[in-house]
Design a protein around this ligand. Structure first.
Ligand SMILES: [Zn+2]
Length: 432
């Protein structure tokens, strides 16, 4: 049995009174964030340090008793404030890490105020009653809310004692409210994969969602749904309609809501396709090797931005990590500097330059010509062999050897066995 962290997300169907309460809680979270940020800034100006989430909560409890302006905020669950202070604490810590170069990706700025209507409506419960049954969920202060889908799968796991709800995050996307439960689950993880020895190298592409070459030389391609591009016309129309309306008008608000719904629809189509593709890979192959794409770096490249975010590279990685674990397999992630696209899969020589426009790989050394993505997948597959050897030899995650960087690393969270302590698996949606 292994313990994995997953998320269950349900769309809510609140009554008008509940909708009001949801908005109020989102407002509470925003107020707490802004209030806490102001206190931290004051203290930083005077003492060069800020408050922890616990300190802020204490200060808040005093302030709300003395300041009549804050009195009505007692209508909301105290969790909404507490969790907002925790978010702020994390954002400040991430800012410091980023500043000191201890955090991957784009430099983070100092946390900013959240504006009503601009910031995403969202709040979290970290304690209290968090239950689901049939097509309802029960949350602190909010009581029992209707859901659009059946919650039975999670409810029966909780009732059977194999799942524990750690927190519940409520958020609004377009005009719809969602609750996402973070759940710790005991799952039976097979000691070994049903198809031992199988491996596949997977290149995550721009044109094609996945290009894989397996150990039998079989080519597997999954065309991305490209839902954004396909419904681009609809999106463009909705966005034009929105900008034509006068700012602040009722019509503008309605058009913005329609635009939001188009976006939300596109995102769900994409998530669905990714779930199908990754479930298939995890079931069929014991070892899956992917490259470690610097997604934040790629997103900052404007040309690539739409194609990349459309395909959701980051989410593919997260899904593969927890799905391979569930099947008793392993996800290996190539070192981010490993030139999988520029290396010739035939002779191993590395090309100096290969632009994203070059869809075909042509080797200058041996004359080998192959589709760019297929060539990259072959190189990743070859890492599976070396990675597996190293894993067997050391019985632990691959670390950079004396020769320098290791070409592969094991994704944190994959393969947790009874008796082993490990970090929790990356979160993902359980609907698969
Ligand atoms: Zn070659």
């Amino acid at each position: 049995m292994a313990t994995v962290k997953t998320a269950y997300r349900f769309a809510l169907a609140p009554s008008p009174a509940q909708e009001h309460a949801l908005r109020s809680h989102a407002g509470a979270a925003r107020l707490a964030w802004n209030w806490g940020l102001a206190r931290c800034k004051e203290r930083y100006a005077a003492e060069r340090k800020w408050y922890s989430a616990a300190d802020l909560h204490k200060l808040w409890n005093t302030a709300k008793k003395n300041d009549p302006d804050l009195a009505w905020w007692a209508e909301n669950s105290k969790c909404a404030y507490q969790e907002a202070f925790r978010n702020l604490e994390r954002a400040l810590a991430d800012f410091v890490k980023s500043k000191n170069g201890q955090r991957k990706g784009k430099k983070l700025g100092f946390p900013r105020r959240k504006k009503k209507g601009k910031a995403r409506d969202s709040f979290r419960f970290g304690a209290g009653v968090m239950r689901c049954a049939g097509d309802t969920v029960t949350l602190p202060r909010l009581g029992t809310l209707r859901t659009c889908e059946d919650t039975g799968a999670l409810a029966s796991r909780v009732a059977g004692g194999t799942a524990r709800v750690l927190s519940a995050t409520v958020s609004r996307t377009a005009q719809r409210w969602f609750v996402s439960f973070t759940v710790e689950e005991d799952r039976h993880v097979p000691e070994s994969h049903a198809r031992p020895g199988t491996a596949i190298g997977v290149d995550l592409g721009v044109k094609t969602l996945l290009t894989g070459i397996d150990d039998q030389g079989k080519l597997i391609t999954v065309q991305g749904p490209k839902p954004l591009r396909a419904s681009l016309r609809r999106l463009r129309r909705a966005s034009r309609a929105c900008s034509r309306k006068q700012r602040g008008s009722n019509r503008r608000r309605k058009a913005a809501a329609r635009l939001g719904r188009v976006h939300a629809r596109v995102a769900s189509v994409r998530a669905d396709a990714l779930h199908k593709a990754t479930s298939g890979l995890a079931a069929r192959y014991e070892t899956v090797v992917v490259e470690d794409l610097n997604v934040t770096g790629m997103i900052s490249n404007k040309k690539l931005a739409r194609a990349v975010s459309d395909q959701g590279f980051g989410s593919v990685r997260r899904m593969l990590a927890y799905k391979t674990t569930r099947h008793g397999g392993t996800l290996l992630v190539a070192d981010r500097w490993y030139p999988s696209s520029k290396t010739c899969s035939n002779c191993g020589s590395v090309k100096a330059k290969l632009t994203l426009k070059d869809r075909t790989f042509a080797c200058d050394a041996c004359g080998h010509v192959e589709d760019r993505d297929v060539n990259a997948a072959r190189n990743l597959l070859s890492l599976a062999a070396s990675g597996a050897e190293r894993l067997n030899a050391r019985g632990a995650a691959v670390r950079p050897g004396p020769a320098g960087r290791a070409a592969v690393k094991r994704e944190p969270g994959t393969r947790q066995r009874r008796g082993k302590t490990g970090t929790a698996a990356p979160q993902g949606t359980a609907a698969a």
